[in-house]
Design a protein around this ligand. Sequence first.
Ligand code: G3P
Ligand code: CA
Length: 243
Amino acid sequence: MNHTEIIAHRGSRGTHPENTLEAIEEAVRVGSDGIEIDVHLSLDKEIIVIHDETVDRTTNGKGRVQDLTLTELKKLDAGSWLDPEYSNCCIPTLKEVFNFLAEVDYKGLVNIELKTDRYSYPGIEEKVLAFVAENSWPFTIEYASFNYQTLIRLKEVDPSCKIALLFENNGENLTFLDPDIPVKMWHPKLSWFKKESLFGTFEIPVRVWTVNKSEDIQFCLSKQVAGIITDYPQKALEIRNKW
Ligand code: G3P
Ligand code: CA
C-alpha cells in the first residue's frame, strides 16, 4: 500500500474552475486526501480564495484583488472562462470554503497557500490564523508559501502551525532556511524534484507539484513522496490505489 497523499491543486483544477466551491466539491467527491487553495486579501481585508493577484484571468472582471471589495469580487463570474456551464461559479472567501468543507464533514488536509510572493498583504498571516482559530474544524490545516518571511511570521504568531516551503527553480531559497524555523515539509516543483531525486534521499518529506501526467504520477509514487499535488485528483487516486 502506497501512502502518498493525493492533494487536489486549487480544488480539482483540471476539471472545474480553479479555487471555486465547485472545484473543491469535486475534490471531495473523488476522495482527495488533501485540497490546496490560494488566498489573498481584498480591499476590505476579507480572505479571498483565488490564485492570481488579479481577477483578469479567471473571472469576467478586471483589476487587482487588493483593489476590489468583497461585494465587488462576489459579483464576478468565476467559471465561464473555463466553460459556460460554470457561469454560476463565484470567487469564494476562505470562510465559505471552510464552512462548505465542515458541512460535508471533510476529514482530509486543507493546504492554504498564502500568496505573498508578489504583494505583501500586511497582516494576512495573523488574519488567516485568527480565522482558522475561530472554530474547531473537522479537517487538518497546513500553510504553504513561496515567501519564507510569511512562513516565519506564521510560526511567530502560532508556533504550533504546520508550514511548508514552496519553491520552483533550483531550490536556492533552501540555503536561507533558519534552523530555528521548523519547516517540516517541502513543496518543490516537479522539474526540480525530477533532477534532485536522482541523488537520493531528502532530509524532510516532499509534496511535489503540479503532477498531472500518468508517468509523472507513477514516477513520484516510485520515489515514495509524501504527497502529489495535482490538477487531476481522480486520475492520481486511481493510479495510487492500484499501486
Ligand atoms: O501547491 C503548489 C502550487 O500551488 C504552487 O504553485 O502557482 O499553482 O500556486 P501555484
Ligand atoms: Ca497554490
